[in-house]
Structures are given as structure tokens and as C-alpha cells.
Design a protein around this ligand. Structure first.
Ligand code: ASP
Length: 620
């Protein structure tokens, strides 16, 4: 007793930890234990001090009486301490049913401060309503002016990760990845690593480049995915490959993206799409069972890309609710209502959806707001019609005959009290706008129940989409995706109509991943590049190694990649993937903790043969 209470390198002395705080149960009563962990909370009560001692296993209440209570001022919140004591049952009526250790307490015989902590700049508990301090509008030690709670959390991530919620999330992610490894291992897949210093692998994003010191002026690209390597592993005869792979894509991080993310990357030889879908369904069943204890049902339904875009306005439909989109172009062609009639005459589309009860729910202001939103998405505007007992209420009512209004009402299946929302315009813009409105309305009507899991395969994608310039087409997935065999002749005549042997897995409106059967024949791969308008020299320079490999006995093959971060977030019930990544970056791809990206030594740049133009502060 009475030992020094300031942390020191030998602070543990001869004390040996006997186990985790969160593991103690009534059966341990009478045991002498040595616990080590963090002070989560401390309170005095009539000469006795109560400390909640936390470690990875959980929290237990420690009671310090007499002389120990007198020294308990050293037990500052988040300090690391060791406690020796005896486990006892809490007195009648004082147990805490919210805690697994709630029926016991540890009566301290001695304690040591292994390392004292400064006052933490963010909260480390999950108590409801407690948000990182700067969000509550107070400045705290360590916060820069204007730093938001999120940035502060990332700056002190090692403290943020102490929160039970974050500990739970990362443990869940571990269990999920382990379930993936077990499942694929049992099915004969080999986990094989592929390089991170490589050449560009096109997945539709910008590359992160790494200058090569030994070859000034040359660069490695960090892989946007292991796509080419996994295909080469099939050529190499491995037949079944997987990897928990890190991918790097330099994109503007709108939505919930990260510049580096992890995927379950899979490739198989001698397979059809059905094989890959079945394997993936089994994987999802296993992951949900082992990481979340939830039984999901396979097989998952399938939907053609065209149908998804038509009925749901997106290739990742949320099937937890209806609010389906209807195409009414044919019904309004030649209509006296000019906005619709003229759009139809121009070859554009008129589509709409009915919001049950929307007539009473959506105010004029709501509708103006929705109109602005669809305009910002490139649609010309929004036409609304409220179907009420007294008739149709709409800014365009005077241009609509009651026949047309009735036709539209029926086409949308709108009941009395419904609000119909229409968009007329080019089909892409109309689909996107209505897809957006559909989600907005589902939110407003409270139709998105988190526990309702609607998996869906979207299949029969087009192989191409419009490219950056009119001469070029871009790959909808990536250029190694195989065309549907019967569409091959269209590659030279109507490439926009070629369908891909590709599939995406969608859950509740979120894309979990996607893949395809690949081109394993050199000639077909070359025709795809030609259809995209990629010059032959460029193909040879960038993908010559792949084309060569295809000539040395490349087996038919295909695969898929699934987003680990997204799946883990969904399993954890988190909205953002940042909550399941130990050290994520902000929306501007920065790390507030390490201050990356950071300036480097001028000497390093010189060695690399790199000169930076943006002024000395960038290189300083
Ligand atoms: N390489 C693709 C991606 O990262 C997945 C695949 O086609 O297997 O999205």
C-alpha cells in the first residue's frame, strides 16, 4: 500500500493481471483479482470512492474505502490503472441490471496508476445525448477553432475508439472478415496477396500515384482494385482466389466514400454467373449469421438493369417499399398539356410516382423544395397533382382535362389522398430525379425499416456508358467485363446496346458489390477496347501483358468484389462506413490525427525527381 501513484515505466511492478473487468460474475465472489484498465468514471459517496474500471471486456465497479479513497484523486478519468481487490456481491438493491457485471463489485485492497491521463478532449463513453464536446458548442482542450465533432473524433481517434460502440464495431468487423475467410477456405479458395505498387487498374476513378525513385519521371499507381492480378491468377491456374484487398481510388468523396477501402475480392475459373451468385449468396448468409446472428434467405431475387432504372429510377433499388415509378409517356403523347405532350414528341419520357396520403402530407413549400432538388439533378422540373375528394389540385390543373387526369391517376395506381409527382425529360434525368423523389418520400413516410433486409441482384447491365468525349465509350463496370455472347456482333455496330455478363449485389438501396464474367479470349478483349475507342497503342502499352496472358491458355473465369466497409456498417447498424474503419479519413481525404497528406522534405522530392509547382508551402 501507499505506493507511488504517478505512472512510471515499471508501474506494473510485480503485479500480474488476472483477467478482464467485464468478465466478473457472481460466481467469482470471494476471488482475489488484479485488474488493469482505464478509469471510465469516478464518484465519491460518503467517504467511499466508486470507480468504473473499463477494459476491452467491459466495465466493473471498483470500491475504494478508507485510505484508498483518500488517494483516489489520482484516479483521473481515462488514466490507466491497476487494481488489486476481492470480488464481492453488491449489497441488496444496488445491483445494476444494465451491466453484465452489475451484480458484483471489486473491493480494492490497493491500486497503482500505471499512466495518468490528461482530461480527454472528447467523450469516451456512449451515454445517450453525449456528443463530442465541440459539437455541443464548447471549445475544449485540443480543439482548433471551428473543428467539428467529427474532425475532433478523428483527431483523437485513439480516444474515440475507446468508446464501447467503436470497440463493438471493430470486433464485429473482425468476426465478419473471419467468417469470410472461413467460408471461402472451406470451399477451396486460396487467399493470395497482389501488389499495391503497380500500374493503373481502371475502375473509373483517378489513380493515386507513387513516384519511382529508381526511375525518375515514372510512377507506380496504387490499385483501384486487384482486377488484373486476380485474372492473371486464373491464367496461372489457381482456379479459386480471394483476398481481403485494399483498394485506392482518388475520387471526390461525396457520399460515404473513403480514398482507400477494403473489399472481399474473389475470382473463379470455369464458372457461369450463376456460380458466382450462388457462392456470394452463401457468403452473405454466413456473414450475417456469424457476425450479426441474423438468418437471411437465399437465393436473392434478380432484376434486369433496365427494369430497375425504369421502376425505381436507379440500378440499386431499395425494395423495402413500393412507391414504384410508372412510365406514362404513351398516355400523354399528343396531350393538350404542353409540358408532357412536347416531351413525348421530342422522344423524351414522362414518368411519375404516387405518394399515398401525400396530398395532405406535402406542403407547397415541400413541393417547391423537391422541385429545386430535381432541377439540381438535371431534370427540367416537377409537376405535381394532388388527387383529392374535391378533384385534382395542381398548378397545371387548368391545362388538364379530367380524362387525362383520370388516366394518369389510374396509371400510377393513385388512390384518393395521394400526391402524384411527375418528371418529363430525357430518360436518364427523369429516372434519376424520380429515383431521388422515391427515396425522399420513403423517408418522409417512414418506410425504411433498418431490420428489413432486401437483397437483390441487378443483372444484364449495358457493357458501356457514355465516355468523357463523344468518340469514347466508358465501361459500365470495367473494360475486362465480357459481353453477353449473343450481343457480340453489336460490338462493332451498336455498342451501346451490348449487354454485359455483369451483376451487382444490392441491399436496401446500397450497392454491396459487383462483378462479372471476364473476357478470356484476346480477340474479344481487343474488340471491347476498340468499341470503347481506345487507341491500339494505348491498349498495347497499358494492357499488353494481359492480352499476352490471354493467349497462353487463359481459362474462362469470372468473379466479384464486395465492400467490406459497407457490409460491416450495415451489420453494425451504422450509417457511415467511418464508424467501422479504425482510422478513416475526412470527406476531404485528410487524416486529422497524422495531418496526412503532409508536406515532405525538399530532399525527398529531389531524390524522386519531383518538382512541385504549387508554391513553397506545399513542399516546405
Ligand atoms: N474489380 C471490380 C471492382 O473492384 C470487381 C470485379 O469485377 O470483380 O469493382
Amino acid at each position: 500500500m501507499g505506493e507511488t501513484n504517478s505512472g512510471s515505466p515499471e508501474a506494473m511492478g510485480d503485479w500480474v493481471r488476472t483477467g478482464g473487468s467485464g468478465e466478473l460474475r457472481p460466481a467469482d465472489a470471494g476471488r482475489d483479482v488484479t485488474l488493469m484498465g482505464w478509469v471510465a468514471r469516478r464518484r465519491e459517496h460518503g467517504g467511499v470512492t466508486f470507480v468504473d474500471l473499463r477494459d476491452r471486456s467491459g466495465v466493473v465497479q471498483v470500491v475504494l474505502a478508507g485510505e484508498l479513497s483518500g488517494r483516489a484523486g489520482d484516479l483521473r478519468v481515462e488514466s490507466v490503472v491497476a487494481v488489486r481487490g476481492t470480488v464481492g456481491l453488491r449489497p441488496e438493491g444496488l445491483s445494476n441490471p444494465a451491466l453484465p457485471t452489475g451484480e458484483v463489485e471489486v473491493r480494492a485492497l490497493d491500486f497503482r496508476v500505471l499512466n495518468p491521463a490528461r482530461t480527454p478532449p472528447i467523450y469516451t463513453d456512449d451515454a445517450p445525448g453525449r456528443v463530442p464536446v465541440s459539437e455541443a458548442g464548447r471549445t475544449v482542450d485540443g480543439a482548433e477553432p471551428g473543428e467539428t465533432g467529427e474532425v475532433l473524433r478523428l483527431r483523437y481517434r485513439y480516444l474515440d475508439l475507446r468508446r464501447p460502440r467503436m470497440q463493438r464495431n471493430l470486433a464485429l468487423r473482425h468476426r465478419m472478415v473471419k467468417a469470410v475467410r472461413d467460408y471461402l477456405d472451406e470451399l477451396g479458395f486460396l487467399e493470395i496477396e497482389t501488389p499495391n505498387l503497380t500500374r493503373s487498374t481502371p475502375e473509373g476513378a483517378r489513380d493515386y500515384l507513387v513516384p519511382a525513385r529508381n526511375a525518375p519521371g515514372r510512377f507506380y499507381a496504387l490499385p483501384q482494385s486487384p482486377q488484373l492480378f486476380k485474372q492473371l491468377l486464373m491464367v496461372a491456374g489457381f482456379e479459386r482466389y480471394f483476398q481481403i484487398a485494399r483498394c485506392f481510388r482518388d475520387e471526390d468523396l461525396r457520399a460515404d466514400r473513403q480514398p482507400e477501402f477494403t473489399q472481399i475480392d474473389v475470382e473463379m475459373s470455369f464458372v457461369t454467373p450463376a456460380d458466382v451468385l450462388q457462392l456470394t449468396e452463401g457468403l452473405m448468409v454466413r456473414v450475417w449469421r456469424e457476425a450479426a446472428g441474423v438468418e437471411i434467405k437465399a437465393p436473392f431475387p434478380r432484376m434486369d438493369y433496365d427494369e430497375a432504372v425504369l421502376r425505381y429510377g436507379t440500378d440499386k433499388p431499395d425494395l423495402r417499399f413500393g412507391l414504384e415509378i410508372s412510365d406514362v409517356t404513351e398516355l400523354v403523347g399528343g396531350s393538350e398539356f404542353r409540358v408532357f405532350g412536347e416531351a413525348a414528341a421530342r422522344g423524351e419520357v414522362v414518368r411519375g410516382l404516387a405518394v399515398p396520403g401525400g396530398a395532405g402530407l406535402l406542403s407547397r413549400k415541400d413541393l417547391d423544395g423537391l422541385t429545386e432538388q430535381v432541377k439540381a439533378m438535371g431534370a427540367p422540373g416537377l409537376v405535381w397533382m394532388a388527387f383529392e375528394a374535391a378533384g385534382v389540385r395542381s398548378p397545371v390543373a387548368k391545362h388538364l382535362s379530367s380524362d387525362v387526369a383520370e388516366t394518369l391517376r389510374r396509371a400510377l395506381g393513385a388512390q384518393e389522398g395521394a400526391m402524384a409527382l411527375f418528371v418529363a425529360g430525357p430518360s436518364d434525368a427523369a429516372a434519376a430525379a424520380l429515383g431521388h423523389l422515391r427515396l425522399e418520400m420513403a423517408g418522409k413516410l417512414g418506410l425504411t425499416r433498418p431490420g428489413d433486409l432486401r437483397f437483390l441482384w441487378v443483372v444484364n447491365y449495358p457493357l458501356f456508358e457514355a465516355g468523357d468525349t463523344p468518340e469514347r465509350l466508358a465501361a459500365k463496370h470495367h473494360p475486362f467485363t465480357a459481353p453477353v455472347a449473343s450481343d457480340l456482333p453489336l460490338l462493332e455496330t451498336q455498342p451501346a446496346r451490348v449487354r454485359a455478363r455483369a451483376y451487382d449485389l444490392v441491399l436496401n438501396g446500397t450497392e454491396l458489390g459487383g462483378g462479372s464474367i471476364r473476357n478470356h479470349v484476346r480477340d474479344v478483349q481487343e474488340r471491347v477496347f476498340r468499341a470503347m475507342g481506345v487507341p491500339e497503342e494505348e491498349v498495347r502499352a497499358k494492357f499488353g501483358f494481359l492480352l499476352d496472358a490471354l493467349e497462353y491458355g487463359a481459362p474462362p473465369h469470372g468473379g466479384i468484389a464486395l465492400g467490406v466497409d459497407r457490409i460491416a456498417a450495415m451489420l453494425a447498424g451504422e450509417d457511415s462506413i467511418r464508424e467501422v474503419i479504425a482510422f478513416p479519413k475526412t470527406a476531404s481525404a485528410a487524416c486529422p490525427m497524422t495531418q496526412a497528406p503532409a508536406p515532405v522534405d525538399p530532399g525527398q522530392l529531389e531524390e524522386l525527381g519531383v518538382r512541385v509547382d504549387a508554391g513553397p508551402e506545399r513542399v516546405g
